[in-house]
Design a protein around this ligand. Structure first.
Ligand SMILES: Cc1ncc(COP(=O)(O)O)c(C=O)c1O
Length: 347
C-alpha cells in the first residue's frame, strides 16, 4: 500500500481547473519565450493584485532558479546577501548562490525570521573593502519553519534596507500560505510597495510548475530577460507558465488553494495538541513541526510519508508535516486517529 504523503506540497500534479485551461488553450498558436497572450494576461492580473503597474514580471520554473537568478542579477561581484541560517538558499539549494560567487551572511534564528536589528548588526560588522559588502536581504514568507512575517516586521525591514542601501528580496515559494494565514495582516499590494523583488510561488500552490518573479524596483528591471536567457530560464514555451498564473489569478484560486492547505494544517495542529504534544515552531501555515518520541516517529513512518526535521532531545525529534491544496480532510483525520492509537500503544 502506498503511504499517504505529508512530505511536501508538490506531491500532486496540478489543480484540475488549471489543467482544463491548459487544454482549452492547447491549440492556440502563441508567441514563444513569454511573449504570448497568456503571459501578458497573467502579468496584468498580477500587477493589479500587487497594485504596482510599473512592476516587471517574469515567470520561471522553480524556486532555486528564481533565487539564483534574482540574487545573481542584484549583486556585484563583491556583494553578499544576508539571510537566516534556516533560509532555503543556505540549506537546500546545493550552493546555488555561492556558485554565483556571492557569500551568504548568516543570522542564527529559531523562528526562521530576520529582524531589522539583526540585519543592521551584520551591516555594522562589515566595515570596509577587506570584507564582502552586504547588499541584499533574503527573507521567505512563509518561512522555512512555517512562521509568517507580519506587516510591521516587513515595514521595519524595508525601512532598514532603504536606509542602508540594501535590496529586500522575498522568496515566496509559500507566499499563498503566508497571505492566507490567520496571522497575515498584509496583502500582495503591501509587497508591491515594500519589496524590491519577490516571487509569487505557484509550484507549491496548485500550479504544475511555476514561480512569478516580481521586480518592483525599476532600477533592477533592465535586462532581466538576458539573465533569464543566460541561465536557461527563458522557456520557449513560456505560455505553460503564463496559463497557470491566469488560472491562479483570474478568479481567486490562488488564495482558495492556500486557504485549504492552511486549514488542513490547522486541523492537524488541533488534533496533535489534544494529545499534548508540543511544536518546534508556532506555525500558522501549511508546514508544521510537532515533536514526537523517536519510537512513535518510527511507527508513524510505517503508515505515512514525512520527514524527521530536527532532534530536540535524547529521545525526541521534530517532524515536518506539510499539507497542500490537495490534502484531503479524511486523510488528516486518519493520521490523527493513528497517532492517538500509537501514542496509547507506546505509553
Ligand atoms: C522557501 C523555498 N524557497 C525555494 C524553494 C526551492 O524550490 P525548487 O525546489 O523549485 O527549486 C523551496 C522548495 O522547497 C522553498 O521551500
Amino acid at each position: 500500500m502506498q503511504k499517504y504523503s505529508f512530505y511536501n506540497d508538490y506531491s500532486e500534479g496540478v489543480h484540475p481547473s488549471i489543467l482544463e485551461l491548459m487544454a482549452k488553450t492547447n491549440f492556440d498558436q502563441e508567441a514563444g519565450y513569454g511573449n504570448d497572450s497568456l503571459c501578458r494576461e497573467a502579468e496584468g492580473l498580477l500587477m493589479a493584485a500587487i497594485a504596482n503597474p510599473q512592476a516587471a514580471i517574469h515567470f520561471v520554473s522553480g524556486g532555486t532558479q528564481a533565487n539564483q537568478l534574482v540574487l545573481a542579477s542584484l549583486l556585484r561581484p563583491y556583494e553578499s546577501v544576508i539571510a537566516a541560517n534556516t533560509a532555503h538558499i543556505n540549506v537546500h539549494e546545493a550552493g546555488a548562490i555561492e556558485a554565483t560567487g556571492h557569500k551568504i551572511n548568516l543570522i542564527a534564528t529559531d523562528d526562521g525570521k530576520l529582524s531589522a536589528d539583526q540585519v543592521l548588526e551584520v551591516v555594522a560588522e562589515h566595515t570596509d573593502e577587506h570584507m564582502v559588502k552586504p547588499r541584499a536581504v533574503f527573507i521567505s514568507n512563509s518561512s522555512e519553519v512555517g512562521t509568517v512575517y507580519r506587516k510591521a516586521e516587513l515595514e521595519s525591514l524595508a525601512a532598514a534596507c532603504r536606509a542602508h542601501d540594501l535590496y529586500l528580496y522575498l522568496d515566496g515559494a509559500r507566499l499563498g500560505s503566508a497571505l492566507t494565514s490567520r496571522e497575515a495582516d498584509f496583502t500582495l499590494a503591501d509587497l508591491g510597495r515594500l519589496l524590491d523583488v519577490f516571487y509569487v510561488g505557484g509550484t507549491k500552490n496548485g500550479a504544475l510548475i511555476g514561480e512569478a518573479i516580481v521586480i518592483n524596483n525599476p532600477a533592477l528591471q533592465k535586462d532581466f530577460r538576458f539573465h533569464l536567457k543566460q541561465r536557461g530560464a527563458l522557456l520557449a514555451k513560456g505560455r505553460l507558465l503564463g496559463v497557470q498564473y491566469v488560472g491562479l489569478f483570474r478568479e481567486n484560486l490562488f488564495f482558495e488553494l492556500a486557504r485549504h492547505a492552511n486549514a488542513m494544517a490547522e486541523r492537524l495542529i488541533r488534533g496533535i495538541r489534544k494529545l499534548h504534544f508540543s511544536f518546534l515552531t508556532e506555525s500558522t501555515t501549511n508546514q508544521i513541526f510537532p515533536i514526537f518520541p523517536d519510537g512513535l516517529i518510527a511507527e508513524l513512518q510505517q503508515l505515512y510519508g514525512f520527514y524527521t526535521w530536527a532532534r530536540t532531545g535524547p529521545d525526541f525529534s521534530a517532524v515536518r508535516l506539510v499539507t497542500s491544496w490537495a490534502t484531503r480532510a479524511e486523510k488528516v483525520d486518519e493520521f490523527l486517529q493513528d497517532l492517538e492509537r500509537l501514542t496509547q500503544h507506546i505509553k
